[in-house]
Design a binder for this molecule. Structure first.
Ligand code: NOJ
Length: 767
């Protein structure tokens, strides 16, 4: 083993080294759109005219109670009714309204700002458009299973088209928090446990929401959130504190944000949690030193919902005034919903506790944002009721939702080719609380803006493809967490009368998302009892899992011959599942989160670091190794795993060199062959491992993936390139460095298999 030569630099003082490290694969340099960089003279002129109250107004965002989507969503905090809000808009005390819908009402509200306020500054309309608007697409975690950035870009584009038609300029998405603990409910909203997949999808979603032209009527500003490390809340408990090494923060949790900025995101939302004792919303080091100093971010930072006020509950601020002071000094430009900036900034500036220059800098950024999307030239952009009618719930959006749904499904198991089912000639019993349920197809954000009349349940989707719709018998058997009178008996009778059972079990929509942490990843007990009773009928069972996280599977569900991970797929859920069940679509999703054997393994992720006592290959060995007393510390279904109806084989792994020069590129090729009878798509994955380093390194790290579509019998070469930059990590004193030495690599079907090879990274100057 060659002795190590380091390269790189401290993050603050050597930004180039940093960017060429974690950022390398996504080519991450913070991209500031030209319109934004050229903050015009108009901004300076207006700034000179503004009172401190008007400045505080521009830095304040409130829930839109003029056109609320679902009544009063949070009566404890939404103290402003429509009338008060309109009066405050006219008084110049509001810069952003959020989570309102409808072009006509937005038009009138904008008029209040542009014609009714002294400075005529247009409002920004923001909203949580997370995975669709009226038409809902798969939850982001499900869509991550497609390993398809192009798809993520298309669904984000479609969501932006619908939402902007309803009078919205800005979405609080994508959520890019890397989530390594499945107990956390918000796993559902992100791209899963891997930082590389997270980077690729973050960038794709930003591109999709914003489109090519920020000034276009259908463009929406994107907001990667929640900055930072929200996905690392201790024990997966929502809002809990975060204790994290600098290296893990930099290597795992920050890269998706950088990717989002590199793709053009101009705003970011701070997180609720603290990071090593300093709340993210008052974290000057993160919000100013890292974000603006190291990365050169010029955009707008918005707090999460009342997160500035929560600095008091954190025990970090003495009172609300102190919280406002700490937040703005740390780098929060816009206060969301607490009203603290409106209440306290004038006095904080007057007393000298906050320099006016700090406030002015934030106001400049917000105004530049409004300018960048063309609001000053056309305050009524995206506020056209005719466009709203034309662009809402279009057939194209619904077709895309169905396509995305089918591509997000992961086939976990398919013994003896039980799937796909024929469309004729079999009696099918569809059993379980999700069988004909339309309230649990959208996912955690589904209650917000969705047109729920569009929701397609499983029974409807399946029947539509059957030659004889009467061959489908539907019985819920029980509800998500409670029994249903006579439900078990009817379900068992249905199973007995059928040739095959489709068992739709899992989590309800309200068991995932914000504030929905679970201690236990199992399917609710009543559903397990139903599953046992139904399985006893002896018919082959296909499990259709409903979930917003990885689950712990057990008993007859785990042991069923066929299992599909179907998540929450959005408006077209029933059709998308039917497409895969009947083989209209060959499943090609891969898991973006590891399914543990047992909930007690969490936090569980494939890219954990090596230990001194790795588990032995023999599953029965009882040595003193890194394993649990009762089980190995393996996944039941690992990250990257998924089957299709066609067989795929990887072969012919070749490396362009076994000795990679310091400034050279290693080309890796392999052959993917479709050995099945059906056209299919496969996700070929590249993993590496640094064998010996000055830091213990992950047992594997994803460094690339490619989707390959192949006709039956066809093959294709897949190629990956690796450079030194892809091998870097954070070492001493927060230096990004690459160390010469041996690396293993795998071209693989998942994070635990693959064709293996190794290569050596040579020191600088050595050919
Ligand atoms: C709180 C959530 O954490 C955040 O993701 C969301 O954007 C805001 N509420 C606004 O609804």
């Amino acid at each position: 083993m060659t002795s190590k030569t380091t390269t790189g630099g401290p993050l603050g003082s050597n930004r180039r080294a940093f960017l060429s490290g974690a950022a390398a694969l996504a080519g991450l340099a913070v991209a500031t759109p030209r319109a934004f960089a050229r903050a015009s003279g108009r901004i300076e002129a207006l700034l000179a005219e503004m009172t401190i109250e008007e400045k505080a107004g521009q830095l304040s965002c409130f829930a839109d109670m003029i056109r609320p989507p679902v009544g009063d969503m949070n009566p404890l905090v939404n103290l402003r009714n429509a009338q008060t809000l309109t009066a405050e808009i006219k008084a110049g005390r509001i810069g952003v309204l959020m989570n309102g819908v409808g072009a006509q009402a937005a038009l009138e509200t904008q008029k209040a700002a542009v014609e009714g306020s002294r400075l005529k500054i247009p409002l920004l309309f923001a909203a949580d458009v997370i995975h669709g608007f009226r038409t809902v697409f798969p939850i982001p975690l499900a869509e991550a299973a497609s390993f398809d950035p192009h798809l993520a870009e298309r669904t984000a584009r479609a969501a932006a088209s619908e939402a902007s038609a309803s009078g919205l300029h800005w979405t609080f998405a994508p959520m890019v928090d890397v989530a390594r603990d499945q107990r956390w409910g918000r796993v559902a909203e992100g791209a899963g446990e891997d930082p590389y997949l997270g980077q690729v999808l973050a960038a794709a979603r930003v591109r999709g929401f914003q489109g090519r032209d920020l000034k276009a009527d259908d463009s929406m500003l994107a907001t990667p959130k929640h900055f930072a490390a929200y996905g690392a809340v201790t024990a997966g408990l929502e809002y809990n504190s975060v204790e994290l090494s600098e290296a893990t923060l930099r290597e795992v949790h920050l890269p998706p944000f950088q990717a989002a900025f590199a793709a053009g995101a101009m705003t970011v939302m701070s997180a609720f949690n603290d990071v090593n004792g300093v709340p993210a919303t008052a974290n000057k080091r993160l919000l100013t030193d890292v974000l603006r100093g190291e990365w050169g971010f010029k955009g707008v930072v918005i707090s999460d919902y009342t997160a500035d006020q929560e600095l008091v509950a954190h025990g970090y601020a003495a009172d609300d005034r102190d919280a406002a002071r700490l937040a703005i000094l740390a780098g929060i430009d816009i206060s969301m919903q607490s009203g603290l900036y409106v209440r306290y900034l004038p006095e904080l500036v007057a007393s000298g506790a906050v320099p006016i220059a700090t406030v002015d800098a934030a106001v400049r950024r917000v105004r530049a944002l409004k300018e960048a999307i063309g609001l000053f030239d056309n305050p009524y952009r995206s506020l056209d009721p005719d466009a709203e009618r034309a662009r809402t719930a279009t057939p194209a959006a619904r077709a895309l939702s169905r396509e995305a749904g089918a591509r997000s499904i992961v086939l976990l198991k398919n013994d003896k080719g039980l799937l796909p089912l024929p469309k004729a000639g079999k009696r099918i019993a569809l059993i379980g609380p999700f069988a004909d349920d339309r309230d649990n197809v959208l996912g955690a954000w589904g209650g917000f803006f969705a047109d729920r009349r569009l929701n397609v349940d499983l029974a409807t989707g399946l029947r539509a493809q059957l030659a004889d719709p009467g061959s489908l018998i539907v019985e819920r058997g029980c509800e998500v967490e409670t029994t249903l009178a006579g439900g078990f008996e009817r379900a068992v009778a249905a199973a007995q009368a059928a040739d095959v059972v489709l068992l739709a079990v899992g989590e309800g929509q309200d068991m995932t998302g914000e504030a929905k942490s679970r201690t236990d990843l199992r399917i609710p007990p009543v559903q397990m009892r139903l599953a046992e009773a139904v399985a006893a009928a002896g018919k082959p069972v296909v499990v259709l899992l409903r979930h917003g996280r990885a689950l712990q599977l057990e008993g007859v569900v785990r042991d069923a011959p066929a299992i599909l991970a179907t998540w929450f797929l959005g408006s077209e859920m029933g059709n998308a599942v039917a497409d895969v069940v009947f083989g209209t679509v060959n499943p090609s999703g891969r898991l973006p989160v590891s399914f543990p054997i047992d909930s007690g393994q969490e936090p569980f992720f494939y890219n954990g670091r090596t230990t001194g006592r790795p588990a032995p290959a023999d599953p029965n060995a009882q040595e003193y190794k890194a394993r649990w007393r009762s089980i190995r510390n393996d996944a039941l279904y690992p990250f990257g795993y998924g089957l299709g109806y066609a067989g795929f084989v990887l072969s012919d792994l070749k490396l362009s060199t076994a000795r990679l020069g310091w400034n050279d590129t290693l080309r890796i090729t392999a052959k993917a062959r479709n050995t099945g009878q059906t056209h299919g798509e496969h996700v070929v994955q590249l993993y590496i491992r640094d064998r010996v380093a000055s830091r213990t390194r992950p047992v594997r790290e994803l460094k690339g993936f490619q989707r390959v579509a192949l006709a039956p019998g066809a093959d294709r070469e897949v190629r990956f390139d690796l450079r030194r930059e892809n091998l870097m990590f954070v070492g001493d004193n927060d230096y990004w460095l690459a160390e010469p030495g041996m690396f293993d690599l795998w071209v693989a079907n998942s994070s635990v298999d693959g064709l293996a090879a190794s290569f050596e990274l040579l020191p600088p100057g050595q050919a």
